[in-house]
Ligand binder design. Structure first.
Ligand SMILES: *Cc1c(COP(=O)(O)O)cnc(C)c1O
Length: 462
């Protein structure tokens, strides 16, 4: 006998029933039936869980709409985002935007064949990163270089190649977590190297390293605490002092710079260590990312003493962390720009160095575009951040537009979900759009998105 007084659980439709419905069939044809089936399965499982907790299951068309929206987000892939956060190297938004010339090089490499690993003169097999490595050595004066998939892979590879089952000295003040699960002690464990902590969190002396060198040591590692800063009663030996201690002990000294500033950039705070500077101070190896201050694609670059670079290159992990051809092409193009003295034209450097007064003009353009549609939009002074774990504490004077909103979080959420998607900052009274990271050709789209998101706010208010 059929149960009467249907329990909430029973009212949840089957995946097949929704797939066979008219909108289900249409969405299946657009995005692929396999994809829609997968998202429907997830949505229905969640509805069943809700129902088990006593929630009433939503209507069939609501469930289907949810599944279609998830399928469409997956099928559309990455979408364009206007970054109005003022964080130049925003890891969530893809870190460094690369220049057109690099994007074109990557697209060329991707859509056709290239001489990725062959020597055109001899026809023999070569390595995929020789051009990029030559360029980066030329720029920094390093003896040799190795390009791998990302900075974390560079650190892992150096540790595995130089210090497996042996000791690596690291200051307790540098046992950092970068975010995304990159923690020095864990990378160390994964590489098979043995971490030997020296000093204390706020103060590590050269003598702490010297004492630790009484036992056999494979490597001294210095890590740039790139996303935070210890202030107050602090001390740590300089790279130069550590390099000289390491040399006298006959132990290699590697410096994980993280942020990848190759050389001083005029107009930027000069407390960020540079690759050329660290090598000049006597570091045997430096390791850094391609998509932070360097302004290129994701990559990890290991620079320094030829014999040590060669050991890393020959290690089996090197093959496991090699770069893809699109990364290679983009990195070559970015490095070629820098080598030719055109580094200042790279998007990251332009954004970092743009004078606040110039940013103010874009803020005024935005405020003007909003004027008439929107009351309560004001140009305000604000501070941009470098981000990406670079130049911690360094704020760049900037300008933005503040828009008052009754529910700033809700408005920010609508802006994120819109097309184009907009990311901004949320303050107590409203939302703030920092124009440092917004190109002038994006201002009209940004203005439209703000008006649209704000109108929805007004409607919700009523
Ligand atoms: C960012 C960073 C890394 C990791 O580099 P990825 O390219 O993100 O893998 C490692 N060390 C330091 C000090 C960093 O700042």
């Amino acid at each position: 006998m059929a149960a009467t007084g249907a329990e909430p659980r029973r009212r949840i439709p089957s995946v097949d029933a929704l797939l066979r419905s008219e909108p289900g069939r249409r969405a299946g044809a657009t995005f692929g039936r396999v994809l829609l089936k997968r998202t429907l399965t997830g949505v229905l499982a969640e509805a069943r869980e809700d129902a088990a907790r006593g929630g009433g299951p939503p209507q069939d068309d609501v469930l289907l709409a949810r599944a279609i929206s998830r399928a469409s987000r997956a099928a559309n892939g990455l979408v364009r985002v206007i970054n109005a956060t003022g964080v130049v190297l925003h890891t969530g938004l893809g870190r460094a935007p690369i220049p057109e010339v690099a994007a074109r090089a990557a697209a060329r490499a991707a859509t056709g064949y290239t001489d990725l690993e062959v020597d055109r003169e001899t026809g023999r097999r070569g390595r995929r990163t020789t051009r990029a490595e030559l360029l980066v050595c030329a720029i920094t004066g390093a003896e040799d270089a190795l390009v791998v998939n990302n900075g974390a892979a560079g650190v892992l590879l150096v540790l595995a190649a130089l210090a497996r089952r042996r000791s690596v000295l690291v200051s307790r003040g540098e046992l950092i977590e970068i975010g995304g699960g990159f923690r020095i002690p864990e990378i160390m464990a994964a590489s098979g190297a043995r971490l030997v902590e020296v000093g204390t969190t706020n103060r590590t002396r050269l003598s702490d390293y010297r004492e630790a060198l009484a036992d056999p040591v494979a490597l001294i590692l210095k890590v740039h605490p790139s996303n935070y800063r210890v202030v107050g009663f602090t001390a740590g030996p300089s790279a130069r002092q550590l390099a000289s201690l390491a040399r006298s002990a006959g132990v290699p000294f590697a410096y994980d710079l993280g942020s990848g500033l190759l050389d001083r950039i005029p107009g930027l705070p000069d407390d960020e260590p540079t690759a050329a500077g660290a090598l000049g101070d006597g570091a045997d190896l430096v390791i850094f990312s391609g998509d932070k201050l360097l302004g290129g694609p994701q990559a990890g670059i290991v620079l320094g003493r030829a014999d040590l670079v060669e050991r890393a290159r020959r290690h089996p992990v090197a093959r496991a962390v090699r770069v893809d051809k699109m990364q290679v092409a983009a990195l070559e193009a970015v490095l070629a720009e820098i080598a030719a003295g055109r580094g200042d034209g790279l998007p990251v450097r332009r954004m970092l160095r743009e004078p606040a007064e110039q940013v103010r003009r874009r803020a005024e353009d935005l405020a003007l575009a909003l004027d008439g549609d929107l009351s309560g939009a004001h140009v305000v002074a604000c501070e941009s951040a470098v981000g990406g774990g670079s130049l911690p504490g360094a704020a760049l004077a900037s300008f933005g537009v503040r828009v008052q909103a009754p529910d700033p979080e809700a408005m920010a959420a609508r802006l994120r979900a819109g097309v184009p998607s907009v990311f901004c900052r949320v303050t107590d009274e409203g939302v703030l759009f920092d124009l440092r990271t917004v190109r002038s050709d994006e201002v009209p789209d940004l203005a439209r998105a703000i008006v649209y998101a704000r109108e929805a706010d007004d409607v919700e208010d009523e």
